[in-house]
Structures are given as structure tokens and as C-alpha cells.
Design a protein around this ligand. Structure first.
Ligand SMILES: Cc1ncc(COP(=O)(O)O)c(C=O)c1O
Length: 375
């Protein structure tokens, strides 16, 4: 008996393994390959010598929680009650798992928007919830008619992901306003807003769900220090939710992990006030622009990229193979690993679009683009 009979090894592990075996350049899994801020290393080295090695308080290091509240105030002009509304988690993944486990009961329907990040559906299923997968439109933006028709009195939650993995698209004000109206019209509906790429947007500014005061009592936001500070391996993130929901979320958190890495929390508490997260967009915009210009001569059709560190591309001019087959060939024959986007769709539908991660140093991007332009 399996509780998750349809779940295998995630595509990220599969492609990274194939990339290593084939000695290919890995633009598949979303992780940076450049050094982290030396200031962060220095802080870590200093902190590890201090008395920071025992359990942190269950919701998180109080100094870190205060700094997170400051970050949300300065970024979104939202004032939180730090003692009640913030929970430090072992990455966004644990935050998502904990929130869904706490809030979804057997038979509750949860809307997810495909292509969707792969941890949502299994987590809903483990809670006895029913995932309702609605396809984003051909531009990877919400199809509100389809979403609205899917909402019923059984719908307990909608999970949104903006900026969006894998497409790199971001929602504009009209999408966010429509989301707000949807939540206001359906009093039973909660929104789990996965904003792990919140600080990685380019020409268009990210509009956070934090900015919508009228839905704060229904809103759980998910953030990731891994994405913001290039430290995906630390597995550090946080949730924000109103106290009424957070009380339930904390009940699960205390038996899921109790509290998360005390050293990392102490380091981040010192680091946060010293950095300007608003510079991150420009940092990645330069990488996006470099990758796009290097790829301009290729036969790939590059799709719009408004945010995140992912560039999607159509390969119809090169091959009619399925995106999974194409990514395998790309890795083993041409030496560059990418991610097929069909695996993010519940029905496996294949738009012949693949995803490259450009969170890489310039040399890696140049080498990869050279191989890709030769196809
Ligand atoms: C959309 C999305 N949500 C959540 C996560 C998980 O973040 P973390 O590494 O902080 O658990 C990722 C990581 O790739 C992601 O892309």
C-alpha cells in the first residue's frame, strides 16, 4: 500500500542525476552555482562560535521574527504582529506542508494552477484533500473563468504561485484584484500564496498578496530565504498568517519539526538588517538578459520572463519529441540539462516547453548557450 501511489522521484532529482552522469551543464534544478555573499559566510563563522546551538523557540528566533516583520513592513507596507503572525520554517516546502496539513480536512477541495510546483498536490492528498488542477492559460497566466467555475462550497483553499515557477510569469494588478474578489465572494476560501520568488522580478514590479488588506484574514503567504539569499541548501523560510489560522498551523509545526536550525536563524537575524533585498531583481535581470542575448541566435523560441530565475523556451523548430524525451536527449546528446514543463501538469499535457535555470555564473551560461545554439 502506498499513500502516494502516483508519486515517483521528483523530476529535479531525475534530471540532476542524469546531468551528473552525462557530465552535462545543469540548467535543470533551480539552484545558484555562484558564491553566496561573503558577509553571510563571515557572520556564520562568527555565530557558530556563540551559544546558538540549542532549540530555538518553536515559532522561531525572536530577533529573526522581528526582522521578518520589518522586511514585510518595508517591502509591502504591512504591519504584522510578530509574536502571532510569523512562523520560521525549514524552507518554503515545510511551510507549505505544515499549512496544508493544519488547514485541509478530508474531502476539502484545493485549487492548484497548472503547471504547478510539485509539492502541492501530494501534500493535499496526504491530508485527505482533493486537488483540483486548473490549467493556466497559454501565456501561463490565470484563466479566471475556469478558476471561478471550479469554486464550490467544498473549496477550502486556492494555492497561487506568483512569481511563477516554471513559467517566470508574474501577475498584474487586475489578476491580483480578481483574486481578492474571489476570496471576498467565497467566505470559506483561504489563499496559500507561494511567493518564494517575491524579490526576483524585472520590468514589472511584484504585487504581493500582502498588499491586499481585505483578505489578510484568509491569507497564508510563503517565503524562502533560500531563494532570496542564494542559500537553497540551508532550507530556511517562513509563513505569515493571521493568528486564527496560525494557531492551527503552529499545532502541526510543533510536531513536525518543533523549531528549525538555530544557527541559521541567528545568522539570518543579524544578516537581514544589513541587506537590501530590492537589489535582487537587478542582479537576476542581468543574468536573464545575458542568457537571452546568448540564446538569441538559437533555434529555441524564448518565452517572456518577468521574474524568478527560470527562462522557458519552445523547441518546436528543433524537435517534435515530447518535452520529457527532448530534455533527456538535450542532456545526454547535447550536454545541457533542462526541465520539461509537462511534469508540472496534472494531466501531463505537453506544450513542448522546457525550463532553463539561469541562476548560474556567466561562464556556465556562456558554455550552455554555446551548446544550445549549435543544435
Ligand atoms: C514555487 C516554489 N515553491 C516552493 C519552493 C521550495 O522552496 P524551499 O527550497 O525554500 O523549500 C520552490 C523551490 O524551488 C518553488 O519553486
Amino acid at each position: 500500500m502506498s499513500k502516494l501511489p502516483h508519486v515517483g522521484t521528483t523530476i529535479f532529482s531525475v534530471m540532476s542525476k542524469l546531468a551528473a552522469e552525462s557530465n552535462a551543464i545543469n540548467l535543470s534544478q533551480g539552484f545558484p552555482n555562484f558564491p553566496v555573499d561573503p558577509k553571510l559566510i563571515e557572520l556564520y563563522q562568527r555565530k557558530v562560535g556563540e551559544e546558538v546551538h540549542q532549540y530555538a523557540p518553536m515559532p522561531g528566533n525572536p530577533r529573526l521574527i522581528t526582522e521578518i516583520a520589518e522586511l514585510i513592513q518595508s517591502s509591502y507596507n504591512r504591519r504584522l504582529n510578530p509574536g502571532e503572525e510569523i512562523l520560521v520554517t525549514a524552507g518554503a516546502t515545510q511551510g507549505i506542508f505544515t499549512a496544508i496539513t493544519a488547514l485541509i480536512e478530508k474531502g476539502d477541495e484545493v485549487i492548484i494552477l497548472d503547471p504547478s510546483y510539485d509539492c502541492y498536490e501530494p501534500t493535499i492528498t496526504l491530508s485527505g484533500g482533493i486537488p483540483i488542477r486548473i490549467q493556466l492559460d497559454e501565456n501561463f497566466l490565470p484563466n479566471w473563468d475556469a478558476i471561478e467555475s471550479a469554486v464550490s462550497d467544498k473549496t477550502r483553499m486556492i494555492i497561487t504561485n506568483n512569481p511563477h515557477n516554471p513559467s517566470g510569469r508574474i501577475w498584474d494588478k487586475s489578476d491580483m484584484d480578481t483574486l481578492e474578489q474571489l476570496i471576498l465572494k467565497n467566505p470559506n476560501l483561504l489563499v496559500l500564496s507561494d511567493e518564494v520568488y517575491e524579490f526576483i522580478t524585472f520590468e514589472q514590479k511584484h504585487i504581493s498578496a500582502h498588499a491586499y488588506e481585505s483578505i489578510h484574514d484568509k491569507l497564508i503567504t510563503v517565503s524562502s530565504f533560500g531563494k532570496t539569499f542564494h542559500i537553497t541548501g540551508w532550507k530556511m523560510g517562513y509563513l505569515v498568517a493571521p493568528n486564527s489560522l496560525m494557531v492551527e498551523i503552529k499545532k502541526v509545526h510543533q510536531f513536525n519539526v518543533f523549531s528549525v536550525n538555530s544557527v541559521a536563524q541567528a545568522v539570518l537575524a543579524d544578516y537581514l538588517p544589513t541587506v537590501d533585498v530590492q537589489t535582487l531583481g537587478k542582479f537576476y535581470q542581468d543574468k536573464r538578459d545575458l542568457f537571452r542575448s546568448l540564446m538569441a541566435e538559437s533555434r529555441f523560441e524564448l518565452l517572456p520572463c518577468d521574474g524568478t530565475y527560470f527562462q522557458t523556451a519552445r523547441y518546436s523548430e528543433i524537435s517534435q519529441a515530447s518535452d520529457v524525451e527532448f530534455c533527456k536527449t538535450l542532456t545526454t546528446k547535447y550536454g545541457v540539462a533542462a526541465i520539461p514543463t509537462s511534469v508540472f501538469n496534472g494531466d501531463g499535457s505537453d506544450q513542448h516547453v522546457i525550463r532553463f535555470c539561469f541562476a548560474k555564473d556567466a561562464d556556465t551560461l556562456q558554455q550552455a548557450a554555446k551548446k544550445l545554439c549549435a543544435i
